[in-house]
Design a binder for this molecule. Structure first.
Ligand code: ZN
Ligand code: MN
Ligand code: MN
Length: 285
């Protein structure tokens, strides 16, 4: 499994690649714009060219994009729904220009209308987006969620339904977040529970639809439905769960990306460096 971390684009998109390269990331994830704003200035072509040059130079592959936190494709509010669709289309255009193959998105929150209604709205929005952008090459990856609040996507069945209702399935896939599935109640701490969870994933969604893994330990207990990321091996999942993932031949071709807290340890060492070291030591040698 190629390993990396979510990197800041402060100072320019290409800076994320340089930061990742400095930490020995083999893959990275970025926001292609400010993740807490609806609108962004259009991408400047020379900035996109520079990004692609640095991507090749650093050998970081793949780069994964993550969408803005404001987008909610399940929103029952027409205005928010329309705004979300437009914002997501803009993110897909940006990622395509940067030759980023995947855009990870949170499926959406039903905000009280009910799960079924919310899932139907997400599905309609995804089909619309694919129709509106026939030539876009970026695959949208629906992320598994912890099920906090009214978030959808915390049951594998939700994601399977969205995959099945897609008119252009080949443009859709899944990103599995270890912290989120654990908080949602899917255990991966022992060989037995790991196998049960992955079998369940394969039977409902299909492992062939999995393209990215977010590697995060969990500050909260199994089934807590609370989304709090912890450093690898220091949360309720523990090292064994990550060892099982990193040694699963069915996942060996996937990028594994950290979204753990950005901080330094007591010696001033970047925790990304420590987390990457822990993970790479768990990888088969
Ligand atoms: Zn996410
Ligand atoms: Mn994630
Ligand atoms: Mn999270």
């Amino acid at each position: 499994m190629r390993l990396g971390s979510h990197m800041s684009i402060a100072g320019g998109l290409y800076k994320a690649l340089e930061r990742g390269h400095d930490l020995a990331c083999e893959t990275i994830q970025i926001f292609t714009k400010n993740a807490s704003r609806w609108k962004a200035k259009g991408l400047i072509l020379s900035d996109a060219e520079k990004f692609k040059r640095v991507m090749i130079k650093t050998g970081i592959k793949p780069v994964v994009a993550h969408d803005s936190y404001l987008i909610n494709l399940a929103s029952p509010d027409q205005g928010t729904c329309k705004k979300s669709i437009e914002a997501l289309k803009d993110e897909l255009d940006r990622a395509d220009l940067l030759e980023i193959p995947y855009l990870v998105i949170h499926p959406g929150s039903h905000v009280g209308q009910g799960e079924k209604e919310g899932l139907l709205r997400i599905s309609a929005a995804l089909n619309q987006i694919h129709l509106d952008l026939p030539d876009n090459r970026v695959r949208i990856l629906l992320e598994t969620t912890a099920g906090q609040g009214t978030n959808l996507g915390h049951r594998f069945e939700h994601l399977a339904l969205l995959m099945n209702m897609a008119r252009q399935k080949e443009r859709l896939g899944i990103c599995l977040d270890t912290c989120h599935i654990f908080a949602a109640g899917y255990d991966i701490r022992t060989k037995q529970t790991y196998d049960e969870t992955m079998d369940k994933f394969d039977q409902t969604i299909g492992l062939e639809n999995l393209f990215v893994i977010h590697l995060n330990d969990s500050k909260k207990k199994l089934g807590s439905q609370i989304d709090r990321h912890e450093h690898i091996g220091r949360g309720f999942i523990g090292k064994e769960g990550f060892e099982l993932i990193l040694n699963d031949p069915r996942l060996a071709h996937l990028p594994g990306i950290l979204e753990t807290p950005k901080e330094k340890d007591l010696d001033g060492v970047d925790m990304d460096v420590i987390n990457l070291k822990v993970l790479s030591e768990l990888r088969p040698h």
